[in-house]
Design a protein around this ligand. Structure first.
Ligand code: HEM
Length: 493
């Protein structure tokens, strides 16, 4: 694993075995004891076929190993071939049923709080917070979604597009322009993080941004390890980083509260103001813990997921000149209607259908999220099998996105498959999930990705990926070029 955060604040050296081993150990330490009792007791029910793997460890190593490889879908493909689209396994300490294909996706994503509820690894919950939108359920989840919706909905986004534009332009001016060659991944990481800190907290100071970036990286590393809070572990480091992050963010909360009280801030300036001024239908504001946990989860959820398609779309366009030319023509058409220095606006984003098709095709070929875990809250009967109450359930993008059954010539980059008037079968293309837990930031991500491509085309007439065969793999997810994707740039004259 690469050293993460080496350029920022705290330098983090991976001193222990990688995430995959830690998670296996976590399983070994007995998180699954419950599960063993549970499925032995229920041996009379018609469980789906599959392999529960090694005692305690289950198939966690194979699962995370596949997600870290160039072919992350193999874990699912091999088992679908052997057992069918509904199979059992044991992952990260839990007996698990994986549901593949649109019918399985529909079952999980349209039955939140009826048949299933959110569930995630313990280390993740501890570090990102039990009061975050990703962890809360039922009414608590609904309230947090509506609090975040004030900041992430299309109405609010229209107010932030100017800020996103200036972050992008500044970034290209400072880090890309005048260079013959760049390493894309670290640059895009910096850009996406800067946009988050600017729009979430109105932090514009580079040193403070770098400090937060270092803390987030430490938390991300720790969230995929054994949740052992003892000196020397990566988890302990992550817990300390989360405490430091809270300290910084709490100071921001206090100072913003003062500004809001004295009328110096309008309440819709950024995510911070938006959460501080939110009240639910009963007039109850969010607690400080809810605000902090949601900052933490928002920083995480908006980061690598967006970095991955932002980097990979350049690779895919560079190797598909016909598609690249169409994107260029669309973007130049928009620029032609602008005065010197005038930036694109919300209306212009609606006039980028082909660019959006190319982004969707990138998300299809390289889904940033493999899917998500849920827990069965009742016995579920599906396709002749029973998924026992308490078992984990996985829905996955990898069961549809790359399969010939749903996408003709799935290995080819064909943005036209997303053309208007060519409806896709429901639940076959769901990079952002679906239903009540659909990604809260999907429109934010769409705006960021469209603006990134726009600014790239505005500044460069072309690019060449130096190593077109560079490995793309997750650590354990989302997919990223392993050497950072070096590219030659051709400036637009
Ligand atoms: C291309 C970029 C992104 C992708 C592919 C993506 C994908 C996803 C997926 C698959 C989920 C889980 C859905 C489930 O549990 O079934 C999710 C949840 C979430 N995402 Fe994103 N995401 C992206 C960007 C963002 C951004 C930019 C933000 C914030 C600004 C964000 C905020 C969230 C939040 C808060 C949740 C939790 C929602 C809930 O549990 O109700 N995401 N995302």
């Amino acid at each position: 694993m690469d050293t993460i955060g080496a350029n920022f604040g705290e330098v983090i050296q991976p001193e222990y075995s990688p995430a995959i081993i830690s998670l296996a150990l976590a399983a070994f330490l007995g998180i699954v004891i419950f599960s063993i009792f549970s499925y032995n007791r229920r041996s009379s029910v018609n469980l789906p076929p599959g392999n529960l793997g090694l005692p305690f460890i289950g198939e966690t190593i194979q699962f995370l190993g596949a997600l870290q490889s160039e072919k992350p879908h193999t874990f699912f493909d091999e088992r679908v071939k052997k057992f069918g689209k509904v199979f059992k396994t044991s992952l990260i300490g839990d007996p698990t049923v994986v549901l593949c294909g649109p019918a399985g996706n529909r079952l999980v994503l349209s039955n939140e709080d009826k048949l299933v509820q959110s569930a995630g690894p313990k280390s993740f919950l501890k570090l990102f917070g039990e009061d975050s939108v990703a962890a809360k359920r039922e009414e608590g989840h609904r309230i947090l979604r509506s609090a975040l919706g004030r900041f992430l909905g299309p109405q609010a986004l229209q107010n932030y597009i100017g800020k996103m534009n200036s972050e992008m332009q500044r970034h290209f001016d400072e880090k890309w322009k005048g260079k013959d060659e760049v390493k894309v991944l670290p640059l895009v990481r910096g850009l996406i993080f800067s946009i988050a800190t600017s729009l979430f907290f109105n932090i514009n100071d580079d040193r403070q941004r770098e400090q937060l970036h270092g803390l987030l990286d430490t938390i991300l590393v720790g969230s995929m390890t054994i949740p052992l809070n003892i000196p020397g572990t990566l988890f302990r480091k992550a817990v300390k980083a989360r405490a430091k992050l809270d300290e910084i963010l709490f100071a921001l909360i206090e100072s913003r509260r003062r500004e809001l009280r004295s009328g110096l801030n309008s309440g819709n300036q950024d995510l911070l103001s938006s959460l501080l001024t939110f009240k639910d239908e009963k007039g109850i504001p969010l607690t400080d813990k809810e605000i902090l946990d949601n900052f933490s989860v928002m920083l995480h959820a908006s980061y690598d997921t967006t970095v991955s398609p932002t980097v990979l779309i350049l690779k895919l366009l560079a190797s598909n000149p016909e598609s690249y030319e169409k994107v260029v023509q669309e973007q130049l058409g928009i620029l032609a209607g602008k005065k010197e220095g005038e930036e694109v606006n919300w209306k212009d984003l609606k006039a980028m259908p082909y660019t959006w098709q190319a982004i969707q095709e990138t998300l299809r070929m390289y889904p940033p999220a493999f899917g998500m875990f849920r827990r069965a809250i009742t016995d579920i009967h599906f396709e002749g099998y029973t998924i026992p109450k308490g078992w984990a359930i996985v829905w996955t993008t990898y069961s549809t996105n790359g399969r010939e059954e749903y996408f003709n010539e799935p290995d080819k980059f064909k943005p036209s498959r997303f053309e208007e008037g060519k409806p896709l079968d429901p639940y076959t293309f769901i990079p952002f999930g679906a239903g009540v837990r659909i990604c809260a930031g999907w429109e934010f991500a769409k705006t960021e990705l469209l603006l990134f491509v726009h600014h790239f085309v505005k500044n460069f007439s072309g690019c060449i990926v130096i190593d077109p065969n560079e490995k793309i793999s997750g650590d354990p997810f989302p997919p990223l070029p392993t050497s950072g994707q070096r590219m030659k740039l051709i400036p637009r004259s």
